[in-house]
Ligand binder design. Structure first.
Ligand SMILES: Cc1ncc(COP(=O)(O)O)c(C=O)c1O
Length: 343
């Protein structure tokens, strides 16, 4: 157990000792000039794991998503997004700011948009209306408590995209969590999308970086957009080296995070004022509503902090995330703190 039990996000994970050693020893070149062997190794690995032909190392998940949207769209177009998605809510409006497209947010059932509703919302261009050119999905879905998108839903959305000649991008920031929970191979999810972004720096514990995977011409264009956005990195092998360890060593342990999240959710679910169905906690993110006669959400977060437990409430719901750097004792501390505050 650490001094503070930090359940704010899996982004707080520190690099492992082997990652730090790999960083120190990484063979590097100049990746903008195309000769950093460690970045090339990471990109080849990411392409192989997703079953795509090519991949690009980007500094963040947000850049991976923004580069993908920019590469698949043009001005005067529209993108269908899920209403609670990270792309729509948490990425500083890059759809409008960078791609200059309008977002069309649709409601969903735990992140899974209804394929018929998606199809009904695809717009043909006219003098009044934009043309829909892209559907974005998120798997796992962060703001739906880490929900795994059902494979059948993704297949149906793929069919909608095909029927209408539009693209499908998957924000798979936590696609390895999805695959661990559902036992659906990452490649099977990725095959349903034209492009997939996933993060190395969340549960996989690398300090920096995400991958964007897709067809070679898309990735080549994405590389130019990444440069234009200031994301071309020179001796980036130092950052790619821990990314390789993230993909070769860290994917195997995600199930531990899911088991801890389930235990924490089960213990907290019965407490006064908590609205939470532990069955809906499929991966490492717990989000619950709190309506307590004496404790507001803000009070709850600060009372937790006094008990050395860190949590966030980004959209009014309390959010607790498990990851490599919280162990069983941290979970026990969090359960005890929640009980003390709410009972
Ligand atoms: C679902 C999802 N997509 C994208 C991102 C963006 O990743 P980054 O923080 O590396 O920009 C996050 C970050 O938490 C996320 O949860």
């Amino acid at each position: 157990m650490s001094e503070l039990s930090d359940f704010r996000s899996d982004t707080v994970t520190r690099p492992t000792e082997s990652m730090r050693q790999a960083m120190a020893k990484a063979v590097v070149g100049d990746d903008v000039l195309g000769d950093d062997p460690t970045v090339q190794e990471l990109e080849t690995l990411a392409a192989g794991l997703t079953g795509k032909e090519a991949a690009l190392f980007v500094p963040s998940g947000t850049m991976g998503n923004s580069v993908a949207v920019k590469a698949w769209t043009h001005e005067l177009e529209e993108v269908i997004v899920e209403a609670r998605s990270h792309i729509y809510n948490m990425e500083s409006t890059h759809l409008t700011f960078i791609s200059r497209v309008t977002p069309r947010p649709l409601a969903s059932r735990r992140g899974a948009m209804d394929p018929d509703e998606v199809e009904a919302n695809i717009r043909r261009p006219s003098v009044h209306t934009p043309q829909t050119s892209l559907i974005c999905v998120e798997n796992t879905h962060n703001n739906w408590s880490g929900a795994v998108l059902p494979l059948d839903n993704l297949k149906a959305l793929r069919a909608v995209a095909n029927r209408n000649g539009i693209r499908l991008h998957m924000d798979g920031a936590r696609i390895f969590n999805a695959s661990t929970a559902s036992r659906v191979p990452v490649k099977e999810y990725a095959a349903l999308a034209d492009s997939v972004m996933f993060c190395l720096s969340k549960g996989l514990s690398a300090p920096v970086g995400s991958m964007l995977a897709g067809p070679p011409d898309f990735i080549e264009y994405a590389r130019r957009i990444r440069k234009a956005l200031g994301g071309g990195m020179r001796q980036a092998g130092v950052l790619a080296a821990p990314g390789i360890i993230a993909l070769t060593e860290m994917t195997r342990r995600l199930g531990e995070d899911h088991a801890r999240a389930k235990r924490l959710a089960t213990a907290v679910a019965g407490l006064p004022g908590v609205s939470l169905d532990p069955e809906e906690v499929e991966t490492n993110i717990i989000i619950f509503g709190l309506s307590h006669p004496h404790v507001s959400v803000g009070d709850f977060i600060s009372e937790l902090r006094k008990r050395r437990v860190l949590a966030l409430a980004p959209f009014g719901g309390v959010r607790l995330v498990t990851h490599k750097d919280v162990d069983d004792e941290d979970v026990e501390r969090a359960i005890a703190a929640c009980k003390e505050i709410l009972s």
